[in-house]
Design a protein around this ligand. Structure first.
Ligand SMILES: Nc1ncnc2c1ncn2[C@@H]1O[C@H](COP(=O)(O)OP(=O)(O)O)[C@@H](O)[C@H]1O
Ligand SMILES: [Mg+2]
Length: 318
């Protein structure tokens, strides 16, 4: 399989971009994929969330300016098969520097090309800042597809049309004709509220089978893990959120393999094969009270639930 470049984008902050970037990357690595996570947000939350110190001068910044090769600052992480290209706050300056260049849409694409062509990675996952500024536009220009995390809250869809119009414009203008929407991941799902379910249904009305079946539950463990510098599968591999991101990585891979070019447009969501064992045994643990179990889209409740939690989920509804 060729290297696929996936941008994790949504101009809203706090919707789960970084959480998804870190945990999808780690879960894909657990599934024996070679993954590079690029932190393109000057806030460097993916960097600190993987326990990597921010170091001045060691971000992608100078590579974007063409001063050094992008691979110079790629470093391994605690997770095998997962490498990181860190960010640091100086990256904010890159926006200004790049904006002055004639080809301001392309520096990231150019810097990334050698790594992409080396075939070293199955997936390059790029965590975008919460804006549609120059850095995000560079990702939209360089990526094969975009993964859009959406928080299960009332205004989830607000503002999204602006980004989708930009995607269309990049396609039509020839800047990135192959750009697709990889999929939409609903995050912070709270099974105790009707609102979460309504929002998922509303988003599904607009985006159909681009919405992943796996729903990421609201989870205290998940919000704790970045302060320990660990992906959820390392911080608490048996919790519901770890099961959810493992489920998601599996669904993500199945879709990605279903179409070598990426993009979920018009394709049916493929259900996880029930016979396939998880990458590592997941002992059944009692679910912490405040956690809500991962669900799937209405009408197919069992598809994305890991078996051990399915029992919990069923019993919690009785
Ligand atoms: N499923 C979840 N459950 C609970 N907290 C979450 C969840 N996903 C993300 N968070 C927390 O919400 C905040 C925003 O998430 P983050 O991934 O940083 O969003 P973004 O990168 O889009 O700004 C962070 O504090 C993160 O730990
Ligand atoms: Mg972020």
């Amino acid at each position: 399989m060729n290297t696929r470049v996936i941008g994790i984008a949504n101009q809203k902050g706090g919707v789960g971009k970084t959480t998804t970037a870190i945990n999808l990357a780690a879960c894909l690595a657990e599934r024996r994929q070679n993954v590079l996570l690029i932190d393109l947000d000057p806030q460097a939350n993916s960097t600190s969330g993987l326990g990597v110190e921010k170091e001045e001068g060691k971000s992608i910044y100078r590579a974007l300016l063409g001063e050094v090769a992008l691979e110079t600052f790629i470093r391994p992480t605690e997770v095998s098969r997962l490498d990181l290209l860190p960010a640091e706050v100086d990256l904010a300056g890159a926006e200004v520097d790049i904006a002055r260049a004639d080809n301001y849409l392309h520096p990231f694409q150019h810097a990334l090309a050698p790594v992409r062509q080396s075939g070293k990675y199955d997936f390059i996952i790029v965590d975008c800042p919460p804006s549609l500024g120059i850095l995000t536009m560079n990702v939209l220009t360089a990526a094969d597809s975009l993964l859009i995390p959406m928080q299960c809250e009332y205004y989830a869809l607000e503002g999204l049309s602006v980004m989708l119009r930009l995607v269309q414009r990049l396609k039509d203008s020839g800047a990135n004709p192959g750009l697709e929407i990889e999929g939409i991941l609903m995050t912070m799902y709270d099974m105790r509220t009707n609102l979460s379910q309504q929002v998922v249904q509303e988003v599904a009305v607009h985006f159909g089978d681009k919405v992943y079946e796996t729903l990421i539950p609201r989870s205290v463990r998940l919000s704790e893990s970045p302060s320990y510098g660990q992906p959820i599968i390392v911080y608490d591999g048996n919790c519901v959120a770890a099961a959810a991101y493992r489920s998601f990585a599996k669904e993500f891979l199945q879709r990605a393999r279903g179409d070598g070019k990426g993009g979920a447009l018009g394709r049916g969501i493929q259900k996880p094969a029930p016979s396939e064992p998880p990458p590592e045994p997941e002992p059944a643990e009692p679910m912490p009270e405040q956690e809500s179990a991962p669900e799937s889209l209405p009408g197919d409740v069992s598809a994305s639930l890991p078996e051990s939690e399915e029992q919990e989920e069923v019993s919690s509804r009785q």
